[in-house]
Design a protein around this ligand. Sequence first.
Ligand SMILES: NC(=O)c1ccc[n+]([C@@H]2O[C@H](COP(=O)([O-])OP(=O)(O)OC[C@H]3O[C@@H](n4cnc5c(N)ncnc54)[C@H](O)[C@@H]3O)[C@@H](O)[C@H]2O)c1
Length: 306
Amino acid sequence: MKISIIGAGNVGASAALKVCEKELAEEVVLVDIAEGVPQGKALDIQQAMPLNNSNTRIKGTNDYAEINGSGIVVVTAGVPRKPGMTREDLLNVNANIIKSIVGHIKKHAPDSIVIVVTNPLDIMSYIMLKETGFDKSKVIGMAGVLDSTRFRTFIALETGAKVEDIEAMVLGGHGDSMVPLAAHTKVDGKPITDILPPEKVEKLVQRTRDGGAEIVKLLKTGSAFYAPGASVVEMIESIVNENEKVLQCSVYLDGEYGYEDIFLGVPVRLGSDGVKEIVVLELNDKEQELLDRSAESVKEVVSKIR
Ligand SMILES: NC(=O)c1ccc[n+]([C@@H]2O[C@H](COP(=O)([O-])OP(=O)(O)OC[C@H]3O[C@@H](n4cnc5c(N)ncnc54)[C@H](O)[C@@H]3O)[C@@H](O)[C@H]2O)c1
């Protein structure tokens, strides 16, 4: 397996480090337009590998031809948020970056699975699918894995439960309208709504929605990257090892959940060909209404780029 990561910034480099540490590929290629940056970071990561007993080879480059033959291409190239910005504020600048990358992926890695990370996530994934013309199973947005690990974190901090005993579900668009599903979120197999009072649950839900903004406000010059990088690698691991885990990812919906022609976060199973299955959950009226609202806000942004 060869994995390429486009964008050697904070998220791209964090994901590259973890892919190499876990030896998920024989070869990793880190591409960026900034001269020296992908080369320097790749060399640094390579030098950490003997300490991880990993024989993965990583190369940094400014030449897209090096992604040739990749099985997975992760796209993190783009501008991150600064304090006060929403993910949607990044729309035009990042849409142009994505469009400039599409041709290279089509030319050099036409059979790859593309994992999109660049924000606004659901829109950038949509552009990637439409512009590459790839099958809908081959373009997947990373968001739900991150949003649900954030929800699990806040639940663990609140309840003292072990993270491995917490399952969390966050659907919808990767923005302020995301839908953390409290009724499908469990601690030791029991719904969180049976364990915590409603106002506590709502606080954790809101902190999850604001999870990215809380970090942007603290960092001031950029956005979160350790948990996003780890979330990308969780998806890569599922693809490479076909481990049948249900992960929440932004995927193209063609009637599922009642939506068409839109990328939205839903539970999926990933495999060596990309999206193997979209898992359709039973939602109550309130959850469906929140998901409808989230889908509306994604559609609204898509209509702006049209
Ligand atoms: N989906 C998510 O959950 C999630 C989470 C965190 C960050 N993000 C998004 O990921 C993106 C990257 O975030 P970051 O913190 O790594 O930013 P960063 O600024 O650290 O890195 C971005 C990198 O992209 C590079 N780049 C720009 N244009 C390029 C091009 N045409 N080709 C190749 N490289 C190019 C830049 O040189 C830079 O190194 C942002 O859009 C951010 O909002 C998404």
